[in-house]
Design a protein around this ligand. Structure first.
Ligand SMILES: NC(=O)c1ccc[n+]([C@@H]2O[C@H](COP(=O)([O-])OP(=O)(O)OC[C@H]3O[C@@H](n4cnc5c(N)ncnc54)[C@H](OP(=O)(O)O)[C@@H]3O)[C@@H](O)[C@H]2O)c1
Length: 286
């Protein structure tokens, strides 16, 4: 396939690029310099020319302002990047008749009444600027182009790998705590899925075949964050030290965990959250 990819220097985009190239697809990247700010008039036309030159079969849109704190402090920038940009990508994908897979977030569920596993069809009322803009981005894209596939991603992680940008993910936080011998507390009433980013990159290739709609796209998890941290520590080989490093904390009951049934019914599944870090360590050893 001819794929147009945004956000290729980002955490997810870099892995998607590597995976798609290894799978034999031809990938053209559009950098954030052509996507930042307001995309009206000449700038929208310039983007349209990129589509015309690349003639993509599919667009994978990962570019965004992904830092929730930054989005909270800079709501106008977040609105452009997280709500209006997916709409622009959808309008162009509709015009050029190509598939569109666009990245959204489980933060759209942050603010929903407590349910252990959220489903795509429930009403969402996100509390954060980022969550609200990601939800608006899904809605605007669907309106502009009903074939848009919006993927609600969980918090993702990887270990640092040569040349690939890595976020400050969950395993790194645990490893840092171990190196500094500084205990960390995790809530026994906070639930969310965490997904190995390379599983996401692989499954995004399969998502190119999905019918338009919104999909929960990540590992399921029925463990609270304290137990999740213990599982990750086990995978990272922290052994008995984990019991001293990872401590339980009380907190408000919250769940961002997602139900993956809709995606499974379309033939795509993720390993459970507790298995992801074991796969990551195995990949890293290769
Ligand atoms: N990381 C997570 O755990 C997580 C969790 C849930 C959802 N998501 C979603 O997954 C997608 C990928 O996230 P990520 O972690 O890969 O993000 P990232 O590492 O922050 O990369 C995002 C990329 O977006 C581009 N970008 C940055 N600012 C921009 C702006 N103002 N306007 C347009 N483009 C901009 C840049 O692309 P270039 O460097 O190529 O120019 C940047 O590298 C995003 O939609 C994010 O909201 C991520």
């Amino acid at each position: 396939m001819n794929i147009l990819l945004t956000g290729a220097r980002g955490f997810v985009g870099a892995r998607v690029l590597a995976h798609m190239q290894a799978a034999g697809h031809r990938v053209t990247c559009i950098g954030s310099e052509d996507l930042r700010g307001s995309l009206t008039g000449d700038r929208f036309d310039a983007l349209a020319r990129r589509f015309e030159q690349a003639r993509p079969d599919a667009v994978i849109h990962t570019a965004a302002i992904s830092d929730t704190g930054f989005a909270e402090r800079n709501p106008e920038e977040s609105h452009l990047a997280n709500a209006l940009l997916p709409e622009a990508m959808a309008r162009l994908s509709a015009r050029f008749g190509c598939r569109l897979v666009s990245c959204s977030s489980d933060q759209v569920y942050n603010g929903s009444p407590y349910i252990l596993s959220h489903r795509e069809d429930e009403p969402c009322a996100p509390v954060s600027v980022y969550g609200r803009h990601k939800l608006e981005g899904e809605q605007r894209a669907a309106q502009a182009y009903p074939e848009t596939v919006s993927l609600r991603l969980t918090w993702m992680y990887d270990l640092p790998a040569y040349r690939l940008h890595t976020n400050d993910g969950f395993p790194l936080q645990l490893l840092r705590a171990a190196v500094q011998d500084r205990p960390l507390r995790f809530s026994v009433s906070d639930f969310r899925g965490l997904t190995y980013v390379r599983s996401v990159a692989e499954n995004i290739e399969k998502a190119l075949e999905l019918p338009g709609g919104v999909y929960n796209f990540g590992s399921e998890n029925d463990l609270d964050m304290y137990r999740t941290a213990l599982e990750f520590s086990r995978a990272l080989g922290l052994g008995e030290r984990a019991e001293k490093l990872i401590l339980p904390a009380e907190g408000e009951q919250r769940s961002l965990a997602m139900d993956g049934s809709l995606l499974r019914s379309r033939g795509i599944s993720f390993e459970p959250t507790s298995e992801g870090p074991f796969r990551m360590v195995k990949d890293y050893q290769m």
